[in-house]
Design a protein around this ligand. Structure first.
Ligand code: ATP
Length: 431
């Protein structure tokens, strides 16, 4: 298969996801709900494999990291302290003709409505807060107003003291969390890329101020290793230094990792040195000290923070785009996912589904692979060629077929997704 591949279109990815049960439009049966997506049987496994790899890489394999799972609903003071109540806004303009609202900073032509095409119909931009609001308890009052968290990071910062007081970790150490975040995006778009409900995988890495430069560089390298391990095509990734007025006032350095999505190069994740801005805000709003006392008795201090912030949906999309190939020679679509990320590791089939002796041997192999902890699919529908096409499209690395020769000499055929080559091996070699 040629390695010269053109980039899949957004339509290619969306249609594969729907056709094969990766991702469906949220509430599709009722006409959908903009900015929401449902993961089908294969999508949920792909997402889980990516999240598990992230957790294993950044939490389980490291001595300097611990995990956390904080509540989505948090005391509203959190969002006051973090600045989200006052500044988590997008500038919005309204067209006086069609009443459409648009993000001013995303308009191709600032004087022309992209909906009705009329010119000079926009009034003054208004700031629109992106946090979803709801009420805690039965009384809908201002006092009971709470927000769905717009990021997972604040759950980490607000538990900094709990973690320090219970585990006494030594700086530098990090707290990691995977969870949902919600943003009332004005125009959700580009499939799951900009959703209103999405997953984040965030780390707050607490450090001494004087070490920030070298630790920031270490994170750059760790992030690239992870992306590559996850199956992201690194030739499509660029590091964009955030500069000038785009750089938050408290940040000394921020890098956006952009990926070449079908809609253009756009942010996959961010890496920011946030000084001690967040812990300082919490100290002010809560009146509690965030001072860290080193075990060696040296001077206490409020730690600074480096924050790698990954979006789950944007990673899923980058991995799908990286894996997607059209193989013209064999007229097939194939997802070349790394085996440890593919939602199905093996597909097991009896050559014919109406031969009980083949079916029972195939069942045995299927069960033995599952017992080994692999994700295995049983497929006895249609002819073998069709089964292979189906498995290629969902990225299954190997298809195992049990045929009459298996019954004679206990060998099976294993067909490789990428080369389409088949080889015969002893069944015992599978395990
Ligand atoms: P953007 O500029 O694209 O809106 P952001 O800079 O506001 O993103 P952050 O606040 O840094 O994003 O959030 C961290 C990560 O969360 C992003 O890098 C991205 O992967 C993910 N993310 C943010 N907003 C969304 C969204 N609406 N849908 C899906 N993922 C998102």
């Amino acid at each position: 298969m040629s390695n010269e591949q053109k980039q899949p279109t957004l339509e290619d990815i969306v249609s594969l996801c729907k056709r094969r049960g990766f991702i469906f439009q949220g509430s599709e049966i009722y006409g959908g709900l903009a900015g929401t997506w449902d993961y089908g049987p294969l999508g949920v496994q792909l997402k889980k494999n990516l999240q598990d790899l992230w957790w294993k890489t950044f939490v389980e394999s490291r001595d300097d990291m611990v995990g956390l799972d904080a509540a989505i609903l948090m005391n509203p003071k959190t969002w006051k302290a973090s600045g989200h109540v006052d500044t988590f806004t997008d500038p919005l303009v309204e067209c006086s003709e069609c009443k459409g609202r648009f993000r001013e900073d995303k308009l191709d032509d600032p004087n022309k409505c992209p909906n009705c095409g009329k010119e000079n119909t926009f009034g003054e931009a208004r700031q629109f807060n992106l946090m979803f609001e709801t009420t805690a308890g039965p009384v809908a009052s201002d006092e009971n107003k709470v927000f769905l968290r717009p990021e997972t990071a604040q759950g980490i910062f607000t538990n900094f003291k709990n973690v320090v007081d219970t585990l006494y970790p030594e700086v530098p150490f990090g707290i990691a969390q995977i969870g949902k975040a919600f943003r009332n995006e004005i125009s959700p778009r580009d499939f799951v890329f900009r959703s209103r409900e999405f997953g984040q995988m965030e780390i707050e890495y607490f450090i001494r101020e004087e070490n920030w430069k070298e630790l920031f560089e270490q994170w750059q390298s760790d992030i690239k290793d992870f992306l590559s391990e996850a199956g992201v095509d690194m030739s499509k990734v660029t590091e964009e230094e955030v500069e000038g007025e785009d750089l938050a006032h408290y940040s000394k350095r921020t890098i956006d990792y952009e990926f070449e999505y079908p809609h253009g190069s756009d942010e996959l994740l961010g890496l920011a040195y946030r000084t001690n801005f967040d812990l300082g805000n919490i100290e002010r709003e809560s009146g509690k000290s965030m001072v860290y006392r080193p075990k060696d008795g040296s001077e206490p201090f409020v730690p600074h923070v480096i924050e790698p912030s990954f979006g789950v949906e944007r990673l899923v999309m980058a991995v799908l785009v990286s894996a997607y190939r059209y193989d013209a020679e064999n007229e097939r679509i194939v997802l070349q996912l790394p085996p440890h990320i593919a939602p199905v590791r093996y597909c097991v089939s009896p050559l014919l589904k109406n031969k009980p002796e083949l079916v029972s041997k195939a069942r045995e192999v299927y069960q033995a692979l599952r017992n080994k902890g692999h994700s295995v699919m049983w497929d006895d529908n249609g002819n073998i060629g069709k089964r292979y096409r189906r498995q290629d499209e969902i990225g299954t690395p190997e298809c195992i077929v049990i045929d009459f020769e298996t019954l004679e000499n206990d060998t099976v055929t294993v067909r490789d997704r990428d080369t389409t080559e088949q080889k015969r091996i002893a069944t015992t070699e599978l395990f």
